[in-house]
Design a protein around this ligand. Structure first.
Ligand code: NDP
Length: 280
């Protein structure tokens, strides 16, 4: 029988995840289907319980339900507990639902394995202190950057995060205004949702060290506003979050199916689809 997986979210209509998982399933010969599951606000627990009671095997979770999924899961992985959020649910053999978080490992794999960027010993700036930033801090710190600074519009959110993750490495926090005159960074990661609304955090000149790398977790057919800004500031390499999307999906897929798909051809395919879609 074909196993069923879904993406729980609101909105979910434009998600690329069904195409990514369909490509993984074809590549690895797995018999599964993966659909979007739009859930009304406030109804995550009911929808998830219904899905698993009806024979569903697992799911991904996106905005705004990652914390609801954290509360829903009967069992949590160490990285989900650390992130305080769940983006992957998997039915286990004893009937319990495991909650995991694959966003952070997805980002780090894209940065290091796909892009060949170095984090160890580098000065890293994370813009934003929302769910995405929280999910990636532990895996980033595990790479042992020389320093990780979190800058956010709402400064106390960044400060709380820095305190929470201080046991894992050298992590500091501030607001965007505090970035003026700071020693330049080797890697700047935009984990704000500003690009979604065509906005850019107010960033000072001179933030990027010579040849620095810039990464925007948001992705699209065109470079984001943040990536254009970074290019103008002399960044050495730029990337958007499409690779992270595919890598977090690959990690979820291997939790569910016990096989790890190859991601590079899928990243290339999804990129082509995205560009073709935007040209229509
Ligand atoms: P949240 O809503 O949890 O957090 C949003 C963050 O963006 C907050 O830090 C917020 O600051 C900041 N922000 C919002 N608007 C602005 C603005 N105009 N100027 C400056 N800062 C702003 O969102 P998530 O953390 O879940 O998502 C963040 C981004 O990451 C999104 O673009 C999302 O699409 C992307 N993402 C990509 C993934 C991938 O696989 N590629 C996976 C997960 C997320 P404040 O705290 O002050 O409100």
């Amino acid at each position: 029988m074909t196993d069923r997986y879904v993406l729980f979210g609101n909105p979910v209509a434009h998600s690329l995840s069904p195409g990514v998982h369909a490509a993984f399933a074809a590549q690895t010969g797995q018999d599964l289907r993966y659909d979007r599951h739009w859930v009304p606000l406030g109804e995550f627990a009911r929808a998830a319980a219904e899905f698993f009671a009806g024979g569903g095997r697992g799911g991904n979770v996106t905005v705004p339900f990652k914390e609801d999924a954290f509360r829903f899961a009967g069992r949590l992985s160490a990285r989900a507990r650390r992130a305080g959020a769940v983006n992957t649910l998997a039915l286990e053999s004893d009937g319990q639902v495991l909650g995991d978080n694959t966003d952070g490992i997805g980002l780090v794999r894209d940065l290091t394995a796909n892009l060949g960027w170095v984090i160890a010993g580098r000065r890293v700036l994370v813009l934003g202190a929302g769910g995405a930033a929280r999910g990636v801090l532990a895996p980033l710190l595990a790479e042992q950057p020389a320093q990780l600074l979190i800058a956010n519009r709402t400064v106390d959110k960044a400060e709380h995060l820095a305190q929470e993750f201080a046991d894992l490495g050298r992590v500091a926090a501030g607001g965007f205004a505090d970035l003026a005159g700071v020693e330049p960074f080797d890697l700047v990661i935009n984990a704000t949702s500003a690009s979604l609304v065509g906005a850019l955090p107010p960033l000072p000149e001179g933030l990027l060290a010579a040849g620095a790398n810039a990464y925007d977790m948001m992705y699209g057919a065109e470079p984001t506003l943040f990536l254009n800004w970074a290019q103008g500031q002399g960044a050495g390499a730029l990337a958007d979050g499409l690779g992270m999307l595919v890598e977090q999906a690959a990690e979820a897929f291997s939790i569910w199916r016990g096989v790890r798909p190859e991601t590079r051809p899928v990243i290339a395919k999804v990129r082509r689809d995205l560009v073709a879609q935007s040209a229509q």
